[in-house]
Design a binder for this molecule. Structure first.
Ligand code: NAD
Ligand code: MG
Length: 387
């Protein structure tokens, strides 16, 4: 798994926000990490450019209709072009791969991640939906195959960094920080007519469309609560959320003696990406440094679960367990997509999600096949509620 000289990394979702920043990190590190696989869903032009620059073994396009264009663009290289989920699953299992960075969006991350774990590859996990859908299964498999799941999400990276050298049994609780998104402090009435354009303007982070909408509804924090449960083996009551609009403290851990450790820095995803890729080493970086005098006031407030009901729905899904978080995730993917296509309004996302969660049969201990079915059925039911 961990190669002492060069680490070979497969990047799932290399044309997105996390994927492109990971490539910048790898380029700036200049040597210790080599790109083994690049992949995109439909942005074939950027994928071809990245392939020419990084010369991976595999290039994978999610949309099978674009395989021809990818092959044409790579004619002058030895790079093998593959397509779809089967392509991702094949590439991540390759003998040369040491680590897989899961930077694709949504449920699509689950199966390639499971394949990578089964093949003994360490995971740098950005795709939080994988743990939301099937956290128990993923963590169990990781344990069996002795692979590391290294968090890329900034809050979870912060907690992971705070936990270095600590005994997990001494953790009293963790405190996940949330920026509050673009609509912090608004009432439900004020949110009735907010537009997609307004929701896509995050105050502190520049991210892909789906996670930006999730941040505006606070669903992102809800998904992160579930992600944290599985990564750090916590009970729901040990996971607290606090709104911290400046996004300087990335999250905190409180121990059994009352001591709190926080990890801080400017909001820049390159840092947690580099930490996950480099772990257990901490590489030098030229990232901009934080200055306390530039931020004389760091503030904190309670999240408003009445206005942002998705956060409460995520806690209920976590408490109920079984396939409920999988239902929550699938319904959320569908409503966010519908909002981005301007088929539903901002507040309807939470309302439809809530109804959708009551429509699918509960399975207490789901198998992988149960998760597949739950995901499929939830999407159908949620689309019916929208149309
Ligand atoms: P993005 O939309 O910018 O990029 C997604 C990438 O995945 C693109 O390369 C896209 O082509 C590819 N992709 C999408 N669907 C796919 C599919 N079905 N099959 C194959 N490839 C597919 O998204 P992002 O903001 O980079 O987020 C990626 C993941 O990282 C998400 O799970 C998100 O929650 C998580 N994350 C992102 C940030 C951030 O700052 N962007 C922070 C924390 C966590
Ligand atoms: Mg986050």
């Amino acid at each position: 798994m961990i190669d002492s000289s060069t680490k070979h990394i497969a990047i799932l979702g290399s044309t997105g926000s996390i994927g492109t920043q990971a490539l910048e990190v790898i380029q700036e590190l200049n040597g210790p990490v080599k790109v083994h696989t690049l992949s995109a869903f439909s942005n074939v032009e950027v994928l071809i450019e990245q392939c020419h620059q990084f010369q991976p073994k595999y290039a994978i396009i999610g949309d099978p209709n674009l395989l021809g264009s990818l092959k044409n663009g790579l004619e002058d290289t030895d790079i093998q072009a593959l397509e779809g989920q089967s392509g991702l699953c094949e590439a991540v299992q390759d003998d040369q791969v040491d680590m897989v960075l899961t930077a694709l969006v949504g449920y699509a991350g689950l199966e390639p991640t499971l394949k990578a774990i089964s093949a003994g590859k360490d995971i740098a996990l950005a795709n939080k939906e994988t743990l939301v859908v099937a956290g128990e299964l993923v963590m169990q498999l990781a344990k069996e195959h002795k692979v590391r799941i290294l968090p890329v999400d900034s809050e979870h990276s912060a907690i992971f960094q705070c936990l270095q050298g600590e005994n997990l049994a001494t953790v009293e609780k963790i405190i996940l920080t949330a920026s509050g998104g673009p609509f912090r402090g608004r009432s439900r009435d004020e949110l009735m007519s907010v537009t997609k354009h307004q929701a896509l303007k995050h105050p502190n982070w520049d991210m892909g469309a789906k996670i930006t909408i999730d941040s505006a509804t606070l669903m992102n924090k809800g998904l992160e609560v579930i992600e944290a449960k599985w990564l750090f083996d916590l009970e729901p009551e040990q996971i607290e959320v606090i709104v911290h609009p400046q996004s300087i403290i990335h999250s905190m851990v409180q121990f059994n003696d009352g001591s709190i450790k926080a990890q801080m820095g400017l909001p820049d995803m390159k840092l947690p990406i580099q930490y996950a890729i480099g772990y257990p080493s901490r590489f030098t970086s030229g990232f901009e440094r934080f200055s306390f005098t530039d931020y004389p006031t760091l503030t904190f407030e309670q999240p408003n679960k009445k206005v942002f009901k998705n956060l409460g729905l995520a806690y209920s899904a976590l408490n109920k367990g079984g396939n409920t978080p999988c239902i929550l995730n699938a319904a959320n993917e569908v409503v966010v997509d519908a909002f981005l296509k301007e088929k539903i309004k901002f507040l309807e996302m939470g309302d439809i999600l809530e109804t959708s969660m009551t429509k699918i049969p509960y399975i207490p201990i789901p198998t992988l096949e149960d998760y597949r079915q739950t995901d499929k059925e939830t999407r159908i039911k949620t689309l019916e509620l929208i149309n």
